[in-house]
Design a protein. Sequence first.
Length: 192
Amino acid sequence: MFVAAIAAAVLQSVPAPTPCSYDREAMLALSPQAFDQDMEGGWRPLGNRRECRDTAVELLAAYRKARWRDMTSDQLHTNYWHEGQVRAALGQTDHAVRLLLAGVSPDPIGDGKADYAIGTVAFLLKDRAALQAARDRLAAVPPPPGFEEDAARFKAQYGRELSWPLNLDVLDGFLACFDKPYDEAYSRDCRP
């Protein structure tokens, strides 16, 4: 009886996990690839839940601070970009813009990423002309060699079409829902 009472008291004193709880040590131990690209693990399950987005931005920043030496330049820029996107969804526009700009590689390779970033920032700053110009530049970027094969592999792996140029549909959504908050304008509901 006594042991059962102590066990019950201990169990009552241990807080139940919240929907936003995670194992910090395990997360920080993930490889940069697993932390960012595992749709079931890493930061994404937190970032995809509205009530956990504050936790997700803290985790993204903590991972970058702890693991930046282990990250490639692209992985580091992607981490900044994703934190910026989540902060934009939280309505933290000024902070989001700084992070999104830090997420743009300083070595553009003509793949349209810079125009996508410029368009996203223009949307957040409510500059429709700059958003339209970035969208038009992105639409003119030719597909890289081998894109059709990459798109077929993507469809086989994820079951979704991959169209060129990447993220043009996002900028079109920002134009279609220009007066909406980022979170809503980024959604598939606003995309053509």
